[in-house]
Design a protein around this ligand. Structure first.
Ligand code: HEM
Length: 467
C-alpha cells in the first residue's frame, strides 16, 4: 500500500477517516453525492483500505478510453471475493488475454441478444403474465428475478425450466451472494464459503452437458455453442473453461438484468402517464403480435423509458480498477497501485448534465428536448469503450419483451399500503415494492395471447425434436 503514503496520493482531495466505509455502506447515494459536490470528479476516501473515486463525463472517458491502459481489471475485480469465485474469466483479464477471451465469447453472446432466444424469452414473460393473472399482486424484484433466472439459465445453459434448473437455482443464488462478500477470506459457513461450494456443485452438474453438447448436431444455449468452439490449433476449449465462462456470464447477466427489470415494474407502476404512453406506442407498433427486432426502433417511448431506467436505476452503483501506472487526472497524479472506483449512479445524476437529476423523467431522452450526445458521455450503466458490457443486447431484449408483454396485458399500480426501500449495495433495486396487476381485456380479445402461446409451443416442439 505504498501509494497511500505517496504525497501525490495525499494531495488528492478527500479524507482518510475510518468512518468513510460506514458512511458508504449505510447510504452509498449520499456518500457519492456529498463528496462529488464537495471535491469534484476525483477524490480519495478510506474503505477497508485507501482508495480513489473518479466520477463524471471526463472521468468515464479517462477510465474507459484515454487512460484505460493505466488500469487493471485483474487488480480491481481480482482483489474482491468475486476474484476467488470466478478465476479465469473475461472480467479479471487484461490486455491481449482479455482480447482473446472477448473475441471468443462475443459471437455466442451476441446471438443471444439478437434472434436466437427471442421466442423463448417471449414465452417466459407470457407465462409470467399468466401467473400474474392468477395472483395479481407481487414484489417487483421477486417477479423480475424469477423470470430473469429462467431466461438467463435457459439462454446460457440451454436447459429448460422444471428440469435440472430447479436443482441448480439455489446454487446459482449462493454463488452470486458469495461473489458479493465483503472480504475474499474464506471462513466455514460464510457466504463466500457457501458460494465456493455451490460453484463446485454447478461445475459437476454442468460437466455432462458439455460432453453431450460436443456430440449434438444443433447445440443449445451459449454453453452448447462454446462447447463446440475450437482454438486456433483446432482443439476444443477445456471443459473447465467452458463452464467458468458460462458461470461468469450468468453472474454478470442475471442479477443485473433482474434488478433493471424490477426498476421497470416499479417505475411503470409509479408513472402511470408513461405507462399509458408506452402502451399506446406498443399497440401502434406491435398490435397483438409478440415483440420482434424488426420495427422495434419505432418503440421510441420504450427506448426513452429504458434509457431513463439505466440512468436512474443502474444495477450496480460502483465498479473497481487498480492503477498499474502513475497517471494524471483533474490536475492530480494517481500513483501506480491505487485502487480506483467509478460510479454510474453518480455520473448519471450529475446536475450539470441532468437538470433535476433525482426526478425520473423518460422525456429527457426525447431528441426534441436537446442534445443526447452531451448527456451520453455521462451514461455508463453498461460501462463503455472496448470493454462495454458484452451482454447489453441480450439484457435490453429481455427488458423490451418484459415491457411490451406486460403493458398490453395489465395496468400496473403501486400498492400504496406498503412502504418500500431502495437498496444500493450489492445490487441497486427497490426492496419490498409491491404492485397490483389489473388485467386489460384488449390483448386477449384480439387473440394476442393465443398467438404468442402458439409461437412458444412451436419453439418447444422444435427444441424437443433436436433433443
Ligand atoms: C441490465 C443488465 C446489465 C447491466 C446493467 C450490465 C452492466 C455492465 C457493466 C457496467 C459492465 C462494465 C464493467 C466494468 O467495466 O468494470 C459490464 C460488463 C460485462 N457484462 Fe454486463 N450488464 C448487464 C447484463 C449483462 C448480461 C445479460 C451479460 C451476459 C449474458 C453481461 C455480461 C458482461 C460481461 C461478460 C462483461 C465484461 C466485458 C469485458 O470486460 O470485456 N452483462 N456489464
Amino acid at each position: 500500500m505504498r501509494y497511500a503514503i505517496d504525497p501525490r496520493f495525499r494531495a488528492i482531495p478527500g479524507t482518510s477517516s475510518p468512518l468513510e466505509l460506514r458512511a458508504m455502506v449505510q447510504n452509498p447515494f449520499a456518500f457519492f453525492e456529498e463528496r462529488y459536490l464537495k471535491y469534484g470528479p476525483i477524490f480519495r476516501s478510506s474503505l477497508v483500505y485507501p482508495v480513489v473515486w473518479m466520477m463524471g463525463a471526463e472521468a468515464n472517458r479517462a477510465i474507459m478510453v484515454t487512460e484505460r491502459d493505466n488500469f487493471s481489471y485483474a487488480g480491481g475485480y481480482g482483489q474482491l471475493a468475486f476474484g476467488r469465485l470466478f478465476k479465469q474469466n473475461v472480467l479479471v483479464m487484461d490486455g491481449d488475454e482479455h482480447l482473446r477471451a472477448r473475441t471468443l465469447l462475443e459471437p455466442a453472446v451476441n446471438r443471444l441478444g439478437l434472434t436466437e432466444v427471442i421466442d423463448q424469452v417471449q414465452g417466459i414473460w407470457e407465462s409470467t403474465a399468466d401467473k400474474l393473472e392468477r395472483k395479481p399482486h407481487g414484489d417487483v424484484y421477486d417477479i423480475a428475478q424469477r423470470a430473469t433466472f429462467e431466461a438467463s439459465a435457459m439462454a446460457l445453459t440451454g436447459l429448460k425450466d422444471g428440469s435440472e434448473l430447479d436443482e441448480m437455482r439455489p446454487h446459482f443464488e449462493a454463488m452470486i451472494i458469495g461473489a458479493m462478500a465483503h472480504t475474499k477470506l474464506r471462513y466455514p459457513g460464510g457466504v463466500l464459503d457457501q458460494g465456493l461450494k455451490s460453484r463446485d456443485i454447478l461445475v459437476d452438474m454442468l460437466r455432462p452437458h458439455i460432453e453431450r453438447a460436443r456430440r449434438d448436431p444443433e447445440p443449445k444455449g451459449f454453453l452448447g455453442r462454446l462447447a463446440q468452439d475450437k482454438d486456433a490449433q483446432g482443439n476444443y476449449l477445456s471443459i473447465d473453461d467452458v463452464i467458468h465462462h458460462t458461470l461468469l456470464l450468468f453472474w454478470a447477466g442475471y442479477d443485473t438484468t433482474a434488478s433493471a427489470g424490477s426498476w421497470v415494474l416499479h417505475l411503470l407502476a409509479h408513472h402511470p402517464e408513461w405507462q399509458d404512453r408506452i402502451r399506446e406506442n406498443v399497440w401502434d407498433v406491435l398490435g397483438d403480435q409478440p415483440y420482434e427486432l424488426k420495427g422495434s426502433a419505432k418503440l421510441h417511448t420504450v427506448s426513452w423509458f429504458l434509457r431513463e431506467v439505466e440512468r436512474f436505476g443502474p444495477s450496480l452503483t460502483m465498479f473497481p480498477r487498480t492503477a498499474v501506472n502513475d497517471f494524471e487526472f483533474g490536475g492530480h497524479t494517481v500513483p501506480a497501485g491505487t485502487p480506483v472506483f467509478w460510479s454510474p449512479w453518480m455520473s448519471q445524476r450529475c446536475p450539470e448534465a441532468f437538470p433535476h437529476p433525482h426526478a425520473f423523467d423518460p422525456g429527457r431522452w426525447d431528441p426534441a428536448r436537446g442534445d443526447d450526445q452531451a448527456k451520453g458521455k455521462y451514461m455508463v450503466g453498461f460501462g463503455g469503450g472496448p470493454r462495454l458490457c458484452l451482454g447489453r443486447n441480450f439484457a435490453q431484449m429481455q427488458l423490451r419483451i418484459q415491457i411490451t408483454t406486460l403493458v398490453r396485458r395489465f395496468h400496473i399500480e403501486p400498492d400504496a399500503t406498503r412502504p418500500f426501500l431502495i437498496q444500493g449495495l450489492p445490487t441497486h433495486h427497490p426492496v419490498d415494492s409491491f404492485v397490483h396487476f389489473r388485467p386489460l381485456l384488449g390483448y386477449q380479445e384480439r387473440g394476442g395471447r393465443a398467438r404468442a402461446a402458439q409461437k412458444g409451443a412451436s419453439n418447444e416442439s422444435s427444441a424437443e425434436a433436436h433433443a
